[in-house]
Each structure stands twice: as structure tokens, then as C-alpha cells.
Design a protein around this ligand. Sequence first.
Ligand code: PXP
Length: 249
Amino acid sequence: MDFVGPLRLGVNIDHVATVRNARGGAVPDPVRAAKLAEEAGADGITAHLREDRRHIADADFEALMDALTVPLNFEMAATQEMQEIALRHKPHAVCIVPEKREERTTEGGLEVAREENHLAHYIAPLREAGCRVSIFIAADQKQIEAASRIGAQVIELHTGAYCDAHAEGDFEARDRELEKLRAMSTFAHSLGLEVHAGHGLTYDCVQPVAAFPEVMELNIGHFLIGESIFRGLTPAIAEMRRLMDEARA
Ligand code: PXP
């Protein structure tokens, strides 16, 4: 496949709120971080309003909707509460993710194939309201086919297993996971789905994924917020942008 256009960077600002919430109070402000990310070249901002509100709070989400000029990608579990919030505010995009209270982060992709009927009905009003609907899934053909059947416009491939294998130095497993991501990006694109990817991406492992021509957007949070402690948010984002553009070229 030919080069299909520049790769968008969505910056996830959840963990600015994690640091704020460690003390309560108002600082550091995730909306300030989002505005700075915008200025630093983020093409979009991502925020996950969890059921337990452990990082982003409802007021953050509302403030982001008011403050941003780039699109907001609202990550949410497929619950009635989140659907009502999304329909009230109509963010540019919603990304449906699995959510378990006991997990530290979003551990796997959504089981679309098993929940096809429910999810088809769940996302229909979101699509009608004008939100682009993305489904966060593993690089698995069955899940991609199901995402296409329920009417999702976008899939986001979970890159966590690839990034973990890379970090652990298990290069056989890393290459196997990367190959799955590559093949499933091509497959999803062939079904007419827009392909995004994210979870666990760092400077060290972003480039092979950024090089897949079908991937149109990467959503990156935890590493960038951590790296900003050392170099500041703007340079941290600029370096990620540079690595993505280099891989793309
Ligand atoms: N994409 C999705 C759907 C996610 O749930 C997350 C984590 O909230 C990310 C991307 C970003 O992952 P990370 O914070 O590990 O970069």
C-alpha cells in the first residue's frame, strides 16, 4: 500500500490528572496540559473518563470540551452513564474500551465478537449524534470483522503486548506481536475501517508501528507525561512527533 498521509498524534492527558488526584486540589491541571500539547503539535487530545473517576473527572471533560481547538477523543466504557455523557457533550470521537475496576490500566481489547448485538445498539445513537466511533481491540481478525459489522468507523489496535515484549527484551514475542499488528492493520483497512493504535508506546518502540501506512493515528499518554518530568511536556511531545514523522518518511 502507498503512503496514505501524515500520522496524527493524539496525546492522552489522563495521568496529569492522576498526579493532581494524588493530592486532591487543582494542580497540575489536565486542561492546561492539553492546551500545551495542542501548541506542541498534538493533532488531538484523548481522555478516559473511568467509572471510578480515578484520573479524569467530569469537570475536566467538560472543561476540555470548551477549551480545545483540536478534536477530543473521549475514551469510555460501554455503559449507560458514559453513553449519556457522550450524547450530552458530543465529542469529536468516542473510543469504546473495556474497563475493569481492579485493573491498573486498560489491559486488553474489547470483546466485540461476543457482544456484537449489544454493541451495535450501543454505538448507533453515538454515530447518529455525529461522534466518530472507534473500538479498542486486540489485533485479532475476528474482533476486527465484528467491529466492522457493528458499524464502527475506526478501530484502535491495542499495542500493549508488543510494547511489553519490547520492554522485557523478548524480541521473538515482540516481532510476533508486531507482525500481528501489521497484518491486522492491512486487514482492517481493507474492510474500510480507519486504523489507529496505542497503549504503552515509547520513543523506543513507536517507530515500527508508526511506519505502517494504514495507521492514521497513535494515541500516547503515560510515557509522554512521565517523560515531561525530565524534559518538559513540549519537548517530550516534539520528540515523539519527530520519531513518528521519521518512521513515516
Ligand atoms: N489508547 C487507548 C484506547 C487507551 O485506553 C490508552 C490508555 O488509556 C491509550 C491509548 C494510551 O496508552 P498509554 O497511556 O500507555 O500511552
